[in-house]
Design a protein around this ligand. Structure first.
Ligand code: B12
Length: 239
């Protein structure tokens, strides 16, 4: 078995349209700040999910982090319907294709991870920061130098100790920003100056309810859930 080289793997991943990629060590990701915060149990409005749970295999040492551009003019990439979003489906397809490529090119193993941490996924923003895809902004989202926070994430476990690509140095876009993201939140989730998950969750629940009401009122038989993105769309980075 030959281990894939970071450069070749990143080049292959970024050959897919609208994709940026990075590599992190799994051990570093599992020590990231989100793992120190109690649990995901109080997650409001956990979106429906159709992914199969996975166990982390012992050979997994590195994490390939994929970021898909999610521009404002393509809101449908984020709509939850039939257990997933178009953006997630696209990221899944690319993860699976890269997994097959690593097997045929290097005879090495890879495992696409599900979206949810409870199903064996990783905290994707932390993984993305560690792999150099961006920094955590004032809106509590990953802010990428090219696409701002308008990026959707996914991870693939990879066999072998690949050279990590991050973190980024010298990128602090929020330092001199007036933080329009804070003012944009319809639930004042940044009222205390930092992100309040519970307040954000109220909006997420309202978004789910709005979709259900449209179905129940007979206006439509299949209405996707369109979760709020105001803190993301207000960010000037990458526009
Ligand atoms: C559960 C969940 C939610 C929950 C709870 C969110 C929360 N932050 O607690 C709800 C439903 C409310 C939600 C809302 C949203 N979500 Co959400 N969510 C997730 C999910 C599944 C897990 C996130 C989680 O529980 N994090 C743990 C909590 C405790 O931490 P946290 O609040 O995120 O803060 C941590 C980080 O900021 C980190 N951190 C801070 N500084 C630093 C510095 C360094 C160096 C490092 C390494 C880390 C780090 O540490 C903090 C904890 O101490 C992820 C997918 C995934 N598998 O990761 C998507 C995800 C984070 N969500 C995403 C999005 C887009 C949203 C929304 C915009 C809604 C939407 N339209 O999809 C809002 C935005 C909320 C916001 N401003 O943060 C994207 C973020 C993309 C990006 N650019 O960052 C993700 C990655 C999914 C995706 N499709 O790619 N979400």
């Amino acid at each position: 078995m030959t281990l894939p080289l970071t450069e070749e793997l990143i080049e292959k991943a970024e050959s897919f349209p609208d994709i940026q990629a990075g590599i992190a060590r799994l051990a570093d990701v599992l020590q990231a700040p989100s793992y120190g915060v109690s649990s995901t149990k109080d997650t409001a409005a956990a979106p429906p999910e159709s992914d199969t749970a996975v166990q982390r295999p012992p050979w997994a040492v590195s994490v390939l982090v994929l970021g898909l551009s999610h521009p404002p003019e393509r809101p449908e990439l984020d709509w939850w319907e039939a257990g997933n979003t178009a953006g997630n489906r696209r990221l899944k397809e690319i993860s699976e294709e890269l997994t097959r490529w690593m097997k045929s090119r290097f005879a090495s193993r890879a495992l696409p991870l599900p979206y949810h941490v409870e199903r064996g996924g990783v905290f994707l923003k932390d993984a993305a920061v560690i792999s150099g895809l961006g920094v955590i902004g004032e809106n509590n989202l990953l802010v990428n130098p090219v696409w701002g926070p308008r990026i959707r994430l996914r991870a693939v476990l990879v066999e072998g100790d690949l050279e990590p690509t991050g973190p980024l140095n010298g990128f602090s876009p929020c330092a001199s920003c007036e933080k329009p993201c804070h003012g944009a939140c319809p639930r004042i989730a940044f009222g205390e100056g930092v992100y309040a998950r519970k307040r954000c969750g109220v909006q997420m629940n309202a978004d789910v309810k709005a979709a259900r009401q449209n179905i129940e009122s007979g206006r439509s038989s299949d209405v996707p859930i369109s979760y709020c993105r105001e803190c993301e769309l207000a960010c000037p980075v990458g526009l």
